[in-house]
Design a protein around this ligand. Structure first.
Ligand code: ADP
Ligand code: ADP
Ligand code: MG
Length: 500
């Protein structure tokens, strides 16, 4: 056995994902939870669970780890996943940290240092100086040299936070201090840097597996171009943009960089891609949210691979044994209301039905009756579909989205239905500004549908109240009558299909 027992220092869908991998490997699981999370799915599914004051309280988490006698800790993503101080504390107690070495984390956590390593590994990077910029004057000079637009980025950045597009000198003056303050607030490091802003690139990233014996392989690429505020909403694998020679070139660049920095465990090398050229942007030294699409096209369980590597096993497959089969697409189901500027939507899930059938996978952290707390990331689940090719994957996505019912809270599901019907998405004409460009149209359509639903519902209510059936057209009444007996699931399916 790899380990007897592990602690999962995370919550939600990713904690559940890790519990599943551990259980299949015969490993017992310990989870932690905060006061908001006592009834969370990860608490229910794990073998043991302990209350902590927060998911980032290192001392409390270490106490739990020692008390419950775990052999290893899996940090998931977010929270402490890329915190080298935490990783060092874990190792110091003789517990295995399921992730890269603290040194690799320090490097990956600093975007400028990572960029320098990329250059050393002969991997193309985005034009821009390799040192932080401290004054507006200096920034001005560099921006002139690079040519507007430029991007201000936080050296310690992550999660899309602390980035500002600057289109001219005035904006540079306006945003420079703000960007520094934002960076400091979010990452405790005020350092920012400048790079050329690439207009409408595609986001392409390579999944890496690296053992402790110097073997590094890639699991091909994911494309994550559908983003909002620099955060991914839809990811797919492989990417429609790449020819085979480009695919292999990018993948080999990622491997060369991983080898250069002596990276171990699993990680992702992120690139932007435009007009046949790719540019390194960062290394993510952790398991990523969207790892599932890679699992679906390669058949490799990345979480189990992580555990095997952490247990000091050599990789059990070589590059030659990895191939791409079919196409996978993931949509991140966020408890956010697309019609209200993506405001977080917390509260009780009163109706919940997950899609199923061939090629459909749902990695979820919720269940019917669960109350979504306000405190955390809005991601409640991930719908991942697999198809023989991209076209089938999209068809499957559409039908799975129709089946997926979440009531009581607002989610991003209605938006994904629009995207799955969009001609550019279907063609694969996507880039990182795709959603910004299309959102007004999608939101417009969604609000009309919502208005229709409200009218239909109030109409139905009126009929019941007044029994003034004659004043309602026959068809409307028949619709009402038939819908009345349907359960919420069918009703919303009717609404999805624009019966109203
Ligand atoms: P992925 O590529 O895995 O989707 P994201 O950038 O979306 O990566 O981050 C995954 C999770 O980690 C999200 O919950 C995000 O909010 C969180 N996260 C990533 N980096 C940071 C950071 N530096 N500070 C705070 N949260 C972060
Ligand atoms: P984070 O650590 O927040 O994930 P990244 O450097 O990975 O930051 O960038 C996140 C996203 O921001 C990219 O996927 C892309 O959409 C955008 N981005 C980053 N750098 C640039 C750039 N130089 N030009 C254009 N877009 C960029
Ligand atoms: Mg990134």
């Amino acid at each position: 056995m790899l380990f007897n027992k592990i602690l999962i220092a995370n919550r939600g869908e990713i904690a559940v994902r890790i519990i599943r991998a551990a259980r299949e490997l015969g490993i017992k699981t310990v989870t932690i939870y905060t006061k908001e999370d006592a009834s969370a799915l990860h608490v229910i599914l794990s073998d043991e669970a302990y209350k902590v004051s927060s998911y980032i309280n290192m001392d409390e988490i270490m106490d739990v780890a020692l008390k419950s006698k775990v052999d290893a800790i899996h940090p998931g993503y977010g929270f402490l996943a890329e915190n080298p101080i935490f990783a060092s504390k874990v190792v110091k107690e003789g517990i295995v940290f399921i992730g890269p070495e603290p040194e690799a984390m320090v490097l990956a956590g600093n975007k400028l240092e990572s960029k320098k390593s990329a250059i050393k590994a002969d991997v193309p990077v985005i034009p821009g100086p390799l040192e932080p910029i401290s004054s507006v004057k200096e920034a001005e000079k560099i921006a002139e040299e690079l040519g507007y637009p430029v991007l201000l980025k936080a050296v310690g950045g992550g999660g899309g936070i602390g980035m500002r597009i600057v289109r001219n000198r005035e904006e540079l003056h306006e945003y420079f201090r703000l960007a520094q303050q934002e960076a400091y607030k979010a990452f405790a490091i005020p350092d920012i840097y400048i790079e050329k802003y690439i207009d409408k690139p595609r986001h392409i990233e390579v999944q890496i597996l690296a053992d402790n014996y110097g073997n590094v392989i890639h699991l091909f690429e994911r494309e994550c171009s559908i983003q909002r505020r620099f955060q991914k909403l839809i990811e797919e694998a492989p990417s429609k943009a790449l020819m085979w020679d480009e695919r292999l070139e990018i993948a080999n660049d990622a491997i060369r960089l991983a080898e250069k920095i002596g990276y171990t465990n699993v990680g992702t090398v992120e690139f932007l891609y435009k007009n046949g050229k790719h540019y390194f942007i960062e290394i993510n030294a952790r398991l990523q949210v969207e790892h599932g699409v890679t699992e679906m096209i390669t058949g490799i369980d990345i979480v189990k691979a992580q555990m095997r590597i952490a247990a000091d096993k050599p990789l059990n497959l070589g590059q030659g044994q990895i191939s791409i089969k079919g196409w996978a697409i993931e949509v991140r189901i966020n408890a956010e209301d697309p019609l209200r500027n993506f405001a977080p939507s917390s509260g009780k899930i009163i109706k919940y039905h997950e899609p199923g059938g061939f090629g459909v996978r749902v990695d979820s952290g919720v269940y019917e009756g669960y109350i979504i707390p306000q405190a955390f990331n809005p991601l409640i689940s991930k719908l991942i579909v697999w198809g023989e090719n991209r076209r089938e994957a999209i068809e499957r996505l559409r039908r799975a989205l129709i089946e997926y019912i979440v009531e009581g809270v607002r989610t991003t599901i209605p938006l994904y239905k629009k995207i799955a019907e969009d001609a550019d998405f279907i063609e694969g004409n996507i880039h990182t500004k795709y959603l910004d460009e299309k959102l007004p149209k999608f939101i417009g359509e969604l609000s009309i549908e919502e208005r229709k639903r409200i009218i239909a519902a109030s109409l139905a209510f009126k009929i019941r109240k007044t029994k003034a059936r004659k004043s309602i057209s026959r068809i409307r009444y028949e619709e009402y009558k038939s819908s009345r007996n349907l359960n919420a699931w069918k009703l919303s399916t009717l609404c999805n299909n624009n019966v109203y």
